[in-house]
Write a protein that binds this ligand. Structure first.
Ligand code: AMP
Length: 211
């Protein structure tokens, strides 16, 4: 099997995290979410967590230098040697340039395309597990345990899934992250997957893009 060093692009709520989990299992490679790592730092009350909480709560991006450091440490871990999935990084052109400077080889870039209106609807139904990080949707990807995670923990609504915060995050996405599509198109790496309502259909298209 070829090596996959994948970047997943897409608006918040487009389904990157869900696809990342599925790809991670299928190819036995780690899925790396800077958002999840930042949320863990906040939950643990670490110095880093305290520094970045206000950005997340407003729907703003955390400063490039902070996430670049986080990702540099993470990609240096041995489990990334056989491939990895980046979910939510890079989110700005300087972050993508930093990956290049680190000498990280990217084999695939997939952008999951979903209209803003559909995102607004989806985010309202998103539920996450604070313990294991799994994400669900009440309608499109319900937990087998109802309002509890498969791991047993009660599911919660993320504070940044509040509709006003989602709107700001979409503005940030279009302004700062969407230009990355051109960045990777120019490198010949970009593939678009049009997100479908049914999770399995989006997964099938994503797998096709990786074939
Ligand atoms: P996510 O779970 O990927 O939607 O990320 C949640 C929040 O974490 C974002 O709204 C940002 O505030 C922050 N974040 C995650 N990844 C990045 C990144 N690569 N650059 C800047 N901020 C990030």
């Amino acid at each position: 099997m070829r090596k996959i060093n994948l970047i997943l692009l897409g608006a918040p709520g487009a389904g990157k995290g869900t696809q990342a989990e599925i790809i991670s299992e299928k190819f036995a490679i780690p899925s790396i979410s800077t958002g999840a790592m930042i949320r863990e730092a906040i939950a643990s009350g670490s110095e880093l967590g305290l520094r970045v909480k206000s950005f997340i709560d407003k729907g703003d991006l955390v400063p490039d230098a902070v996430v670049i450091d986080i990702i540099k440490d993470r990609l240096a871990k041995p489990d990334c040697a056989n491939g990895f999935i980046l979910d939510g990084f890079p989110r700005t052109v300087p972050q993508a340039a930093a990956l290049d400077e680190m000498g990280v080889e990217i084999t695939d870039v997939i952008s999951i395309e979903v209209a803003d209106e559909a995102i607004m609807e989806r985010m309202g139904g998103r539920r996450v597990c604070k313990k294991c990080g799994a994400t669900y949707h009440v309608k499109y990807n319900p937990s087998p345990n109802g309002d509890h995670c498969a791991c047993g923990e009660a599911l919660i609504i993320r504070s940044d899934d509040d509709p006003e915060v989602v709107k700001s995050r979409l503005v940030v996405y279009h302004e700062q992250t969407e230009p990355l599509k051109d960045f990777y198109q120019e490198k010949g790496l970009l593939k678009l997957v049009f997100g479908r309502e049914k999770l399995e259909e989006t997964t099938a298209l994503t797998m096709e893009a990786l074939a």
